[in-house]
Design a protein around this ligand. Structure first.
Ligand SMILES: [Zn+2]
Ligand SMILES: [Zn+2]
Ligand SMILES: [Zn+2]
Ligand SMILES: [Zn+2]
Length: 766
């Protein structure tokens, strides 16, 4: 997805292999400028390659047809999110018919039905059919009252009362109030911006040395939860994304919409009513304002190239958009500067401004990417100075990037978009691109400069691409227990965030809101310590060998405390100890690095082959998958049976702390929650939490999310005092990682408020 589609990668690889050895050598050693020139030459003599690329662009995505009710539901959700309430209403009505028919033939009510009914009420409300909405809500209320404990979740009652409040508001004032503020809770955070690094806290300073490059250091003691960086992405591109359900691994739940359908292509906010681009079927925006701005800034150039950009991948797309946002004047200034050894870059005006002592900061003058006053800004100049590692990439990879960028620039020229790229015409004149007759024409010198900058950005992305993630709802979506997992939404450049070096045991936590990032201290950081962030391979999730393998793409060897400890002292990683097999006879831990594992109790002397045990683990995973599938189609009882059997089987060969044991407990909790057995659900979730705590630590994000789930289960089960204490624990952890204003924190606050207002009659009913 980040790189071009496999077919294009394959073609360029074959082309590379067929090149004259002398040319290969020249390309391998070429500067970015020469690479673009040579790339143009190669592509000019290979028209069939460009034709093949064009062919690849015609491919349409394929999807499979799910069963009727869930298909209508998905389509309904999709329409609902697009704000097409009429269409959604029609589809939800179909779901109700389908599900009622199914419930009658199976004698089992669909657990998703109440959610659909609530959604239907919401549709009526949005359509302004207030009388219908009111009637429908009344029916719904009596239905929920009749259904009893089985399908009535407190979450739904909450939703119902929210709808009633909304209805009341709409009846009072017909014009809906825009931009209502959800949370009033939570104190504003203390934030003082650094005078020499934009977007960074004043408690940090920028340092530079040969070993670590540029990095950020605490210049005073920092508390856990304190915000350290708040930065708006310089550029971001929404990842088209596979179906969201597939992101979770394999379980297909009821959402089949992709990122592109759910989020604004410019600001990444969730779409409620989308404004589609007039020129293409791909780009959608949250508002006319976003659509207009995107068009002005970049989409007028990107719009005619949609299919090509999807084919060439997100990195190529980010590279193009970066150049478009920077503007040609700035791009050519920096590209030309890089040709004469970067001498004038620090000082673009050519004259040195007088500098006050205070301005100079902690000696950051002369640090690459800083401006003449020594300030580091989240700017194109800073982005341009992120290391492209031109010499360290494999020549094949460089060749792929070069050809992709050149092909894209040739297409820009052929489609008559060059003027738009160089911003020489007003957007009105650009709206009708005129096609150039000769497509095999040599690239203009300006477009060669653009191509060179894009190639640099594509190479930089390998080390500096930052994934923007959102917490997305997983699970059956019946609203009882909301399970959220981070999902990659977009790829972006954050020049300030890029100053942070990697550690497998970082002291910060990163979260996103739209296109902006917030870095918070995950623990107290004392003055003088480096501020570090994890690029992906975390010590809790991988062994040192796997981490070092993954970190090779960043061209450095990690020397964080976790890596050093595991590498030097030969200490087995916590991951391998906790995720070990146990003896089938005595259940002690199995040992050994070879193909045969032995029981750690000498007297037992049982041995087993590693392959055999790994095979059993895979079988177990398959069975768990089947259980989740049963849950998905509403066969909760069978899912419980299967999961309990899986757990019994697992106990005979997995250590009790194995992550898989925790996962099974988590799934069991989920299934029990869907059938309203809250106590059972809570019991299993507590076990899952124990294991998660062991693997990730008691104050980790992972533990925070599990506690959040437990809070929901206890809340639904009316276990008031334990719910309140769990909410408090979850708040303590989640506020450190996501801040007091985050969505999760607000939900916890709402639950607390709801518990305190709980009517006596509901409490007495159970
Ligand atoms: Zn938007
Ligand atoms: Zn468009
Ligand atoms: Zn490390
Ligand atoms: Zn044994």
């Amino acid at each position: 997805m980040a790189l071009p589609v496999a077919e294009w990668q394959g073609r360029t690889a074959r082309l590379w292999a067929a090149l004259e050895p002398a040319l290969r050598e020249r390309l391998a050693a070429a500067s970015l400028q020469d690479a673009v020139r040579l790339g143009c030459d190669v592509l000019r003599s290979k028209e069939e390659e460009e034709a093949a690329l064009e062919q690849l662009c015609h491919r349409a995505p394929t999807g499979k047809k799910p069963e009727a009710a869930s298909w209508y539901r998905e389509q309904g959700n999709r329409e609902f999110k697009r704000g097409r309430y009429q269409a959604a209403l029609r589809l939800y009505s179909r779901v109700c018919l389908e599900d009622i028919a199914r419930a009658e033939s199976h004698g089992y009510p669909d657990r998703l039905l109440p959610k659909v009914l609530l959604r239907k009420a919401e549709c009526l409300l949005c359509l302004g059919r207030l009388q219908d909405a009111q009637d429908f809500l009344r029916v719904l209320e009596s239905k929920i009252a009749l259904d009893g404990a089985m399908t009535t979740h407190l979450t739904r009652l909450k939703k119902l009362s929210q709808l009633k409040v909304k209805l009341g508001e709409k009846e009072r004032c017909p014009e809906p109030a825009q931009g209502e503020h959800g949370g009033t809770q939570g104190e504003p955070e203390i934030w003082e911006e650094n005078s020499s690094i934009s977007g960074a806290s004043s408690s940090l300073s920028l340092s530079f040395d040969a070993e670590r490059g540029r990095h950020l250091v605490a210049s005073q003691d920092i508390m856990a939860g304190q915000s350290l960086v708040k930065e708006e992405a310089f550029v971001s591109v929404l990842c088209p994304g596979e179906s969201l359900a597939l992101q979770d691994g394999d379980t297909a739940w009821d959402t089949r919409a992709t990122n592109a359908d759910l989020y604004c292509h410019r600001c990444l906010r969730q779409l409620l009513a989308s404004v589609p681009c007039q020129g293409c079927s791909y780009a959608q925006y949250c508002s006319q304002d976003c659509a207009d701005r995107a068009w002005q800034q970049y989409h007028r150039t990107e719009c005619p190239l949609g299919a090509l950009l999807l084919t060439l991948g997100v990195f190529c797309h980010v590279a193009l958009r970066t150049v478009l946002l920077a503007g040609y004047a700035e791009v050519s200034r920096l590209v030309e500067g890089s040709h004469c050894g970067d001498k004038n870059l620090q000082n673009p005006e050519g004259s040195c401004r007088p500098l006050s002592e205070a301005d100079a900061g902690a000696g950051s003058r002369g640090v690459p990417g800083c401006d003449s006053s020594g300030r580091y800004q989240s700017s194109y100049q800073a982005l341009f100075h992120l290391l492209p590692h031109t010499e360290q990439h494999s020549p094949e990879h460089k060749f792929l990037c070069t050809l992709s960028v050149v092909a894209l620039c040739k297409q820009l020229q052929a489609a008559g978009l060059e003027a738009a790229v160089l911003s020489q015409e007003s957007p009105q004149q650009c709206s009708k691109p005129k096609t150039c007759e000769k497509t095999s024409e040599e690239l203009s010198p300006e477009l060669k400069t653009v191509a060179e900058a894009m190639l640099r950005h594509m190479l930089q992305l390998q080390c500096n691409a930052q994934a923007i993630t959102v917490m997305q709802e997983m699970g059956p979506g019946d609203g009882a227990v909301v399970d959220k997992k981070p999902v990659r939404l977009a790829t972006a450049f954050f020049p300030v965030l890029s100053l942070l070096n990697h550690s497998c045991c970082p002291n910060t936590s990163v979260s996103f809101s739209g296109t902006s990032v917030t870095v918070r201290a995950a623990q107290p950081i004392s003055s003088g310590q480096e501020v570090l962030h994890c690029y992906g391979p975390h010590w809790c999730r991988m062994r040192v060998a796997e981490r070092q393998q993954l970190l090779r793409q960043y061209f450095f060897k990690c020397r964080c405390p976790a890596c050093l400890q595991e590498l030097q002292s030969g200490v087995k990683s916590v991951v391998s100890i906790r995720n070990s097999f146990c003896c089938p006879k005595c259940r002690a831990q199995m040992q050994g690095e070879e193909d045969t594992l032995c029981c750690s109790i000498e007297a037992c002397a049982t041995s087993a082959s590693r392959d055999h045990l790994s095979g059993r683990l895979q079988d177990l995973q398959q069975e768990i998958k089947k259980a989740l599938e049963l849950l998905r189609v509403g066969k909760a009882d069978q899912a419980i049976k299967k999961l309990l059997k899986c757990r019994m089987d697992a106990e005979t060969f997995l250590s009790p702390e194995h992550l898989m044991m925790g996962e099974m407990e988590d799934h069991l909790a989920q299934v029990y929650a869907t059938v309203g057995k809250w106590q059972e659900a809570a019991r299993h979730l507590r076990k899952s939490i124990e294991i998660v705590e062991m693997h990730h630590g008691p104050s980790s994000v992972e533990t925070g999310h599990e506690l959040f789930k437990l809070a929901q289960i206890l809340f639904n089960g009316f276990a008031v005092s334990e719910a309140l204490s769990t909410i408090q624990r979850a708040e303590g952890i989640l506020s450190v990682h996501f801040g007091p204003q985050s969505a999760q924190m607000q939900e916890l606050q709402e639950m607390k408020a709801c518990l305190s207002e709980l009517p006596r009659n509901i409490l007495q009913r159970t």
